[in-house]
Design a protein around this ligand. Structure first.
Ligand SMILES: [Zn+2]
Length: 257
């Protein structure tokens, strides 16, 4: 009983395999036609996308274009002129690095349609004495009506091995803390660091009613970090990370949650 059945199973398909079947050929051709039409549609659809639709994985505006649009941000480049701030291991001036990062950050924000007010845009201080200079920064912050304030600085330590970014906020400011933590998270991600945002009663942080943070981009007392901060590409990474953290703050998203 088994043998004939086995033979039938083997022979039957063999005969079918070589038989011309017009109906099947037709169905196959129609299927290929439909597939080709679908691929054509998909290709024309993707080709018509604006280039910015692909920008999601770069530093170009994407989600942030919406959350930062119309926001007003004060960027305060610390020190300047007679007040160089910290001096780096090989002699770099903090005030010059602060302004360079501040300008990159300004460009990143403006690319996302935010309005930026700079406390200073040149190498000079904004008054003749330190006290007047700080009072003038406070006046700009108070009168700006901005949504947030970001002050840019470089850190320094007597121990040259200390390194890494740090973000400070005013004690008791919930939104300041949130902004500081969002920027800290982005900087940690971008620089593979593990800094923790801290509160501090610095004059500039206490200067307005809006959330204000002070970003210490790195330690120029550390030779390696100073060399990094001297590079435009490194400063761009820092500005990009500060911008990204700010986007996250306004978008209400928390990376650590
Ligand atoms: Zn400083």
């Amino acid at each position: 009983m088994e043998k004939p059945r086995h033979q039938m199973e083997v022979e039957a398909p063999r005969r079918r395999r070589y038989r011309f079947n017009a109906k099947k050929l037709g169905v196959t051709l129609i299927s290929f036609g439909c597939m080709a039409a679908l691929i054509g549609l998909a290709v024309s659809h993707f080709a018509s996308w604006p280039a910015s639709a692909y920008a999601g994985k770069t530093a170009s505006p994407q989600n942030g274009a919406d959350v930062l649009s119309g926001r007003c941000i004060v960027i305060d480049a610390g020190h300047g002129g007679f007040d160089p701030g910290a001096i780096g291991a090989s002699g770099l001036r903090e005030d010059e690095l602060n302004l360079k990062v501040a300008k990159l950050l300004k460009a990143a924000f403006e690319e996302r349609d935010a309005e930026v007010i700079m406390t200073r845009s040149t190498d000079d201080a904004i008054a003749d004495t330190k006290d007047e200079d700080m009072a003038e920064r406070r006046r700009i912050i108070e009168q700006s009506g901005s949504d947030i304030v970001i002050s840019i600085h470089m850190n320094s330590h007597t121990d040259p091995s200390v390194s890494g970014p740090l973000v400070l906020f005013m004690p008791g400011s919930e939104n300041g803390k949130r902004l500081a933590e969002d920027i800290m998270d982005s900087l940690n991600d971008a620089l593979n660091a593990d800094g923790r945002a801290r509160s501090n009663s610095l004059y500039i942080l206490m200067s307005g009613s809006q959330p204000c943070v002070l970003v210490e981009c790195g330690y120029i007392s550390n030779a390696l970090e100073e060399a990094n901060l001297a590079r435009e590409e490194y400063r761009k990474i820092i500005a990009g990370a500060i911008c990204e953290g700010t986007e996250r703050y306004f978008g209400g998203q928390r990376s650590g949650d």
